[in-house]
Design a protein around this ligand. Structure first.
Ligand code: NIG
Ligand code: FE
Length: 447
């Protein structure tokens, strides 16, 4: 069923006051209000429990959810309570309302696309072959070092606008295309600047250990020397400047070993940066076991994990962040074993891995489609993975990832009447309205 035409006052407001909302907002007309309320993180069968309210309503005060429930109940509360009566009304016309997507793995700041490598791969070259011949991450590093902060900023701002237009309200952003102190700091400072320039929340991760930089490759013990300089100098400098919350390592074949990753993440933790890991994407290296040993916030990719890794994740609090956009874009068949992870009881999250090399998409709706058809996650599991569990991996589940009293009104409205249609009608942007802390930051109302 298609939603009815919207009969609300949004159009007028957009004209009148350039998207400014009053401090009280009553949202009605939700065919489904998908709350995802309840304990976080979600494991096993709880991933299917979306807490859907049919014909639900939401009262937002100062950007925070003040009441949520069946329309009659919330409208009754507003009518009875004098201080709520002046609430501005927003009727969604029978659409689906969700918590905004939390994209917990992105490489937001990058200088250019790698469309030529895409073509090379289609012709038969593998990701690793291209990387070994000086392309891949090193191509992006060369370009980023040469790019001005302003050019990078304009590109990131355009991407962030697009994230919001697809229903994402919070994202994690990694450095890792600089690989020298000046360029890594350029990226991390940009993350901080971007917070002031646009409405999305950005959680910053230091990924100095993405690959060994070119200037260290010429030395015989270059990788260890680079790891040493990260651990002794750059990580403490990043932490001192408060430029990152997390520290990440690409621990995989052709990047960093488990021993090197342990050294870096331990140094990060000593400075207050929580560990995350790119683990087991290209080969099984033992990175997942390291993530569990270190009680990392998240182990990401996991395409090559085995049964022992799944069991270890299942009894840990490490979030298994799956990135199906990579397999899709690289044309690979072996997606991460989402079903086995969910059955075992691991905390599964989904993210875009937005980056120019392996996953040039920021569309979490497409990520849901891939999770459903390629990894056999149910639409409900995929949604919980892309919101509340992703929020848990960023340590933000107390404020975002679900629609509950006291949490931020970070919301995405889809031009559909059933949340399952988001992954079902794949390849199309269904986002109709995005709100960040109760303010409209994207709207398709006039289109
Ligand atoms: O998450 N695997 C390492 N990092 C990225 C790819 C980066 C690139 O190829 O530019 C990833 O897939
Ligand atoms: Fe990545």
């Amino acid at each position: 069923m298609l939603p009815q035409q919207c009969n609300c006052a949004i159009e007028k407001r957009l004209r009148d006051d350039a998207h400014e909302m009053s401090e009280l907002l009553l949202i009605t007309g939700c065919a489904q209000l998908v709350t995802l309320s309840g304990p976080a993180p979600r494991r096993g069968p709880a991933l299917n429990d979306l807490g859907i309210i049919h014909d639900g309503a939401l009262l937002v005060r100062d950007g925070v959810v003040a009441a949520v429930g069946p329309r009659r109940k919330v409208e009754g509360l507003v009518a009875r309570n004098g201080k709520y009566r002046r609430a501005e009304k927003l009727d969604l016309g029978g659409r689906v309302l969700l918590p905004g997507f939390v994209d917990s793995h992105t490489h937001l700041v990058s200088p250019a696309s790698r469309a030529s490598e895409y073509e090379q791969r289609i012709a038969g070259a593998s990701y690793e072959q291209i990387a070994r011949s000086g392309g891949g991450i090193l191509f992006t590093v060369r370009k980023l070092r040469a790019a001005s902060s302003d050019a990078l900023k304009q590109r990131a701002l355009a991407a962030l606008k697009n994230f919001a237009a697809h229903g994402t309200t919070t994202l994690e952003a990694k450095s890792g295309y600089g690989l020298d102190a000046a360029s890594e700091l350029k990226i991390l400072r940009l993350h901080r600047q971007l917070l002031e320039l646009q409405p999305l929340d950005i959680t910053s991760t230091f990924l100095g250990a993405h690959v060994v930089p070119p200037e260290f490759r010429r030395r015989s013990n270059g990788a260890d020397a680079y790891v040493d300089s990260l651990a002794r100098k750059l990580i403490p400098a990043v932490a001192r400047a408060g430029l990152a919350q997390f520290c990440d390592v690409f621990c995989d074949r052709g990047a960093f070993t488990v021993a090197q990753a342990r050294r870096i993440l331990t140094a990060g933790r000593a400075c207050g940066l929580e560990p995350r890991l790119h683990a087991e994407q290209l080969a099984r290296t033992g990175a997942t076991r390291l993530a569990v040993q270190l009680n990392a916030a998240s182990a990401d990719h996991l395409e090559k994990i085995n049964r022992e890794d799944i069991s270890a994740l299942a009894v840990s609090n490490v979030v298994a962040t799956l990135l199906p956009g990579c397999c899709f874009h690289l044309g690979l068949r072996d997606y991460a074993p989402a079903r086995a992870l969910i059955t075992a009881g691991a905390i599964v999250a989904l993210a875009s891995d937005f980056n120019p090399g392996t996953s040039p998409t920021l569309n979490m709706q497409m990520v849901l489609s891939l999770a459903c058809t390629q990894m056999r996650m149910t639409p409900a599991e995929a949604l919980a993975a892309a919101t509340i569990n992703a929020a848990y991996s960023l340590r933000r589940h107390d404020r975002i990832g679900s629609i509950e009293v006291g949490k931020y009104a970070d919301l995405a409205v889809f031009d559909l009447a059933d949340y399952r249609e988001i992954p079902y009608y794949f390849g199309v942007n269904h986002c109709w309205l995005t709100l960040k802390r109760g303010k409209i930051i994207f709207s398709r109302v006039n289109q």
